[in-house]
Design a protein around this ligand. Structure first.
Ligand SMILES: CSCCC(=O)C(=O)COP(=O)(O)O
Length: 407
């Protein structure tokens, strides 16, 4: 559709006339009322009127209450809203998000709307280029238990992660601006440690520093971090809003990859009846707003999401249908080396394997934790069973003994 954005909803109702409901959304969320309008007014308003594009009713087998639903797609004329994500979301799901059992499951963007969004500045390939790694999944570790640590203690944790051979290190999303390790100081200390580690490992490394504080100060904070040497940023997108990510990612002065953390997403996507689906929330909108790297719960670890939803997010992050760079998917939370074959089976090579506890909790220490993951990645890429690879790799063996995994 070139002059309309579309929204698809799933509505649950045992008795509703779904076509009528679709028509009331199309009218109610655009011109407000229709049949009462005089003919002349109708003609003037025609170009603003929403359009029912599809109504697919799913009748349950038998009389099981609560299982009848419909997938309804409505087209919204571009002329009704400005080309930004807040305007789109309020248009397609503002008031009706509060009107009964309705979930926004998919968005469709017109070319005109898309033209306002440059998308990720680096994207999946750009992040790979920065690291010089193109032939395997990337490995990321997460700072853990850093609240209350000073810069020396942070440096110590950073260097142990870096020496383990990870490609990226990210701040914990709950590390905010603080007196002990303000963003400039953290970046300075960590980037020095990254350089020191590079002399030993020969590997480049991206460090994503958590960009926090009030919205009006974010650009200044980002510039401070970048001037201090930051080569990536972490951002809690849902707490600030997609438009804030869009502003940061399209700012020419913010010339480092932005990693989107999914904090708060669980308040929005999990219900089958309400909210916004994970593929819209963490897939379509994150990519459109310019996230180069997107974290989300995996199907396997400690905080889980059904596999179909993971695949739907990934499809949206990578799809060639969107004319912007692909974002790198990062299935996360509770990941340990034993899960690596599953991650590669489901996501292929274009994925970041990401772990906090699965690296720092390794019985032989944090460095060994990184190495165990790299060994698991190598084994999985060569289709070698982990247990077999572990016979010659003590770090992997120790991880499998502790956490289990494919054998
Ligand atoms: C729910 S996805 C975000 C994962 C994350 O930020 C994290 O800290 C995971 O840590 P873990 O120790 O579970 O690897």
């Amino acid at each position: 559709m070139n002059n309309m954005c579309t929204a698809t909803y799933r509505l649950h109702d045992d008795h509703a006339d779904f076509r009528k409901k679709a028509e009331s959304i199309a009218v109610g969320m655009t011109v407000g009322s229709w049949t009462e309008l005089p003919q002349a007014k109708r003609e003037a308003m025609q170009k603003h009127l929403g359009e029912v594009i599809k109504v697919e009713v799913h009748e349950p087998n038998g009389m099981s209450p609560g299982e009848r639903y419909a997938d309804i797609t409505i087209g919204y004329p571009d002329v009704n809203f400005s080309r930004d994500i807040p305007a789109l979301l309020v248009t397609v799901f503002g008031k009706i998000s509060m009107d009964g059992r309705i979930k926004l499951t998919q968005l469709g963007f017109s070319d005109n709307f898309l033209s306002a969004f440059p998308g990720p500045k680096f994207g999946l390939n750009g992040v790979r280029d920065l690291l010089g790694v193109h032939d395997r999944p990337l490995l990321m570790s997460i700072f853990k238990s850093v609240i209350g640590l000073d810069a020396d203690e942070l440096r110590e944790q950073f260097i142990r992660q870096a020496l383990g051979g990870v490609d990226l290190i990210k701040d914990d999303e709950i590390l905010f601006e603080n007196k002990l390790t303000p963003i400039e100081k953290r970046v300075e200390v960590c980037m020095k440690a990254a350089e020191q580690a590079r002399q030993e490992t020969g590997k480049k490394l991206l460090y994503a520093a958590n960009l926090t504080g009030s919205t009006s100060q974010l650009k200044k904070q980002a510039e401070r971090a970048i001037n201090a040497g930051a080569n990536a940023l972490l951002f809690n997108v849902l707490a600030y809003g997609y438009d804030v990510l869009h502003e940061l990612s399209s700012d020419p002065d913010i010339n480092v990859p932005i990693m989107a953390h999914p904090a708060l997403a669980g308040a929005v996507y999990p219900s089958p009846h309400y909210g916004i689906s994970a593929s819209v929330l963490l897939g379509q909108l994150m990519r459109l707003a310019g996230a180069d790297i997107v974290l989300f719960p995996s199907p396997y670890g400690s905080v889980t999401m059904p596999k179909e939803e993971n695949m739907a997010i990934t499809e949206q992050l990578l799809s060639t249908e969107l004319p912007v760079r692909a974002s790198m998917p990062v299935p996360s939370a509770g990941i340990h080396p034993g899960l690596v074959p599953l991650i590669l089976r489901d996501f292929g090579t274009d994925v970041i394997v990401n772990a906090g506890g699965g690296i720092h909790g390794h019985p032989m220490g944090t460095e060994a934790g990184g190495r165990a993951f790299l060994q698991a990645i190598e084994a999985s890429q060569r289709s070698i069973p982990l247990a077999q690879h572990a016979l010659e790799h003590p770090e992997l063996k120790s991880a499998l003994d502790l956490w289990g995994g494919e054998r």
